[in-house]
Design a protein around this ligand. Structure first.
Ligand code: FIX
Ligand code: ZN
Length: 408
């Protein structure tokens, strides 16, 4: 029997005024530590793989693609430039000769602003001096703090020679950087060959060495499952049995069309609408394996939500790559809240350069807070108010809990 004190307390905690409710949601979403479930970041122990600073930020493939639309330079000439010269050209083209209106360009402004640097500078002198004066480990602490990131999941390729050497040196990485075993070269290429048994042995060896939180792969837009091909055989005979036996989740990133314009190198990948039933079949055939899935095409998002309603071993995550734009993050987050409640992972940064964590989370938190506040406001007008504790519980689930449950 609810006592009057409890009901009085309960009533007092209820956020019944929309402004108060929105303000509370913003505070909670902007202060909640987030676990970033997919990045291409490395800690300082991985030496040259750990990227930070203004030249790395400006030569990010999102910005090189945008620069080569406006700058009067050939692709070949651009790649002949030094990284510093490329960064100077990106700054000149996108930030001096034009307004940095794109999401990726606005991101640079958010980073410079976070460190109190001039966002309208004619050149990169001040920024270079600042970032070159940073001590990397202190800088990692500072960036994680500003972005309120509690940890990041890396993208570790056991078949990449440079990275493999570092792992074989028994590197002990910063514990905030979790490893994840990326299997694109095994599943998408034909450079990794061997019998099912030898490939399984290789995988088991790397799982023991990397201790990954999940195994992952990006898949093309024409990915089919089941299919009469090598990838299907490797998934069924090597990768998914390993996932099951090691209790590892499998991350599927579907819908990329690699190198549609090879002249743009890493910036040359495109998108394609994919077949969500391929993931549906995998969830059905492997009920004891957890799948994290993200699709690159906007047109696949609704189907992914509906498929997740059918398979509780499927966790939709993130607004990947070309979807990581405020208008689309807002749309996808609202659709997921309406179809999945809080049983999804709203975003990942896909950061390649350390300071990107600052803008990718600042921008995502804004859209997630708005979507969540609208959801609670609708609940309020339907007759149920929420408490601050409930908001904190829900946001923690979205930003950390759902992932923790999957990988624990
Ligand atoms: O496959 C991936 O993990 C993609 O995120 C990358 O290939 C892509 O280049 C990227 O950085 C997207 O943000
Ligand atoms: Zn990625």
């Amino acid at each position: 029997m609810v006592t009057s004190t409890e009901s009085r307390t309960k009533f007092a905690d209820l956020l019944t005024h929309p402004e108060e409710l929105r303000a509370r949601v913003e505070i909670v979403v902007n202060s909640m530590p987030v676990m970033d479930v997919h990045t291409h970041l490395f800690p300082s122990e991985f030496n040259e793989l750990c990227l930070y600073g203004i030249d790395e930020l400006l030569t990010y493939h999102y910005l090189t693609a945008e620069t080569l639309r406006s700058a009067r330079i050939s692709h070949d000439r651009f790649w002949q430039l030094s990284k510093t010269a490329q960064a100077d050209l990106v700054w000149q083209t996108l930030f001096v000769e034009n307004s940095p209106a794109s999401e990726a360009a606005r991101g640079i402004i958010s980073v410079l602003d976070a460190f109190g640097l001039d966002t309208r500078a004619e050149n990169l002198g001040e920024a270079r001096e600042f970032f070159n004066s940073r001590r990397v480990d202190e800088h990692i602490d500072r960036v994680f703090d500003i972005a309120r990131v509690s940890g990041v999941v890396m993208t570790n390729d056991p078949f990449d020679d440079t990275e493999a050497e570092i792992w074989k040196s028994d590197v002990s990485a910063d514990p905030r950087f979790k490893s994840a075993m990326r299997l694109d070269r095994l599943l998408n290429g034909n450079s990794i060959t061997g019998t099912t048994a030898s490939l399984r042995q290789t995988l088991d060896g790397w799982i023991a060495r990397m201790n990954p939180v999940y195994m992952g792969v990006s898949l093309p837009a024409d990915f089919k499952f089941p299919a009469e091909d090598t990838r299907d055989r490797l998934l069924r005979e090597v990768v998914l049995p390993a996932a099951r036996e090691h209790g590892l989740a499998m991350t599927l990133m579907v819908g990329v069309r690699r190198r549609v314009n090879p002249k743009l190198r890493e910036a040359g990948d495109g998108v394609g609408k994919a077949d969500v039933t391929a993931v549906e079949r995998m969830c059905a055939d492997y009920p004891d394996v957890h799948f994290l899935a993200t699709f690159l095409s906007r047109e696949n998002q609704h189907e992914l939500c509906v498929t997740a309603r059918k398979f509780n071993n499927l966790m939709p995550f993130g607004c990947w790559w070309f979807l990581n734009n405020p208008s689309i993050v807002s749309e996808i987050t609202r659709e997921r809240l309406e179809l999945l409640g809080t049983s999804f992972i709203p975003q990942h940064s896909d950061a390649r350069v350390l300071e990107q964590l600052i803008y990718k989370w600042k921008h995502a938190r804004k859209e997630i807070a708005n979507a969540l506040a609208d959801s609670y406001e609708r609940l309020l007008s339907s007759g149920r108010a929420v408490t601050a504790e409930e908001i904190t519980r829900d946001v923690n689930r979205l930003f950390a809990g759902n992932f923790a449950e999957l990988v624990s």
